[in-house]
Design a protein around this ligand. Structure first.
Ligand code: PLP
Length: 372
């Protein structure tokens, strides 16, 4: 048997992630591997931490990148902050909210689930009513940008309500980070996680994460050890904290962290607010073109994510056939519907490096030529 090297096709990635990776990030990935305790590497990790703090708009000391994808960031927040005695209000309005519920119940904690409409933002009034009726709740969890439906929730309003009821907040920012406004400190977010492969346009497999001082204290003071050894932040923090001696926890994905560093440098050079604005501008352009093609959005205008455009598949159009043609004739990937929207929707991503004029133009032209 002789298997040859793998050379992937050059696609344009306009699905729900991974997004197009900036060539600068790919070339950073190919730089020489050094030891993960090499002083130069540790210096770079300190910079990664500072850059993640900037992206999240936080001064939290416990800010780092988990060496695994967004799902591990999600799990790290839940397993570190919860014990089986806790009651958590989970606002669920799509697939990823449902995964939060899974995380809570697997820990043995109680989940009070607010069932939101798919394709709509979380309703702050529903959260307030639920917290009023359940004073035992100590944590509120929600997804800022629901990738399965394209809905953006008002994280600032939800966190402010949670704080009025003395609850810690866990926020999924996998798709929101760098694509829409997100201010971890100003909004009172206690635990937040993201993914490298969405609006940061880095390679998949890393999860930026941050804990407020209050959340970090809670983790340090736990009586019962965290069930997951790998995700136990009290152990990982010693490797990332920068205070005292760095101790080995696991072998860091050295080259992937070069890539994350580069993607965050690119974000810093562009400016966070400029990045939010670029996503909005490209979304407006795409939305105008889609409307001309008779394609309708699922989410009401004021609740739409610019970086994830969820649209109804037009009547009589073969979902799989269109996506197949886009991929094979145009090297263009768009996303299928997920969960309740499977077979009914397309998800067109404009994330990070993919949120560019040429991508919008290609996508509209390819759809126009492909639709019957
Ligand atoms: N949360 C949201 C909102 C997501 O969109 C995703 C992935 O698409 C995840 C969590 C899980 O991230 P990953 O696939 O990197 O594990």
């Amino acid at each position: 048997m002789s298997i040859s090297s793998f050379f992937p096709p050059q696609r344009t990635l306009m699905g729900p992630g991974p997004s197009d990776v900036n060539p600068r990030v790919l070339s950073a990935l190919a730089r020489p591997t050094v030891g993960h305790l090499d002083p130069t590497f540790i210096g770079m990790m300190d910079e990664v931490k500072t850059l993640i703090q900037y992206a999240f708009q936080t001064n939290n000391t416990y800010t780092m990148a988990i060496s695994a994808p967004g799902s591990a960031g999600m799990e790290a927040c839940f397993v570190n902050l919860l014990t089986p005695n806790d009651t958590v209000v989970v606002c669920k309005n799509g697939v990823f909210g449902a995964r939060m519920v899974e995380n809570v119940t697997r820990i043995g904690a109680k989940a009070i689930v607010i069932e939101g409409e798919w394709g709509r933002a979380v309703n702050p009034q529903q959260l307030e009513d639920t917290l009023k009726q359940n004073p035992q709740a100590s944590v509120v969890a929600f997804v800022h940008a629901e990738t399965s439906t394209g809905a953006l929730s008002d994280a600032q309003a939800l966190c402010s309500i949670a704080k009025q009821y003395d609850c810690l907040t866990i926020v999924d920012a996998v798709t929101s980070l760098a694509g829409v406004e997100l201010r971890v400190d100003d909004w009172g977010i206690d635990a937040v996680y993201s993914g490298s492969q969405k609006c940061l346009s880095c390679v998949p497999g890393l999860s930026p994460i941050s804990f407020s001082e209050q959340a970090a204290e809670l983790i340090k003071k736990r009586n019962a050890p965290v069930q997951s050894w790998f995700l136990d932040q009290s152990l990982v923090m010693d490797y990332w904290s920068g205070q005292g001696k760095r101790s080995y926890h696991h072998t860091a994905p050295v080259n992937s962290l070069y890539a994350l560093h580069e993607s965050l440098v690119i974000l810093q050079n562009e400016g966070l607010e400029q990045s939010w604005q670029r996503h909005r501008t490209m979304h407006n352009k795409l939305a105008g073109g889609l409307e001309q093609l008779g394609i309708n959005f699922i989410v009401p205008k004021e609740e739409r994510l610019p970086q994830l455009n969820a649209v109804y598949i037009p009547e009589g159009v073969d979902d799989a056939a269109v996506r197949h043609t886009l991929l094979n004739d145009y090297n263009l990937e768009i996303g299928a519907g997920l969960g309740a929207f499977a077979g009914k929707a397309w998800r067109i991503g404009l994330m990070g490096y993919a949120a560019r004029n040429e991508n919008v133009t290609l996508c509209l032209a390819a759809l126009k030529n492909t639709l019957p």
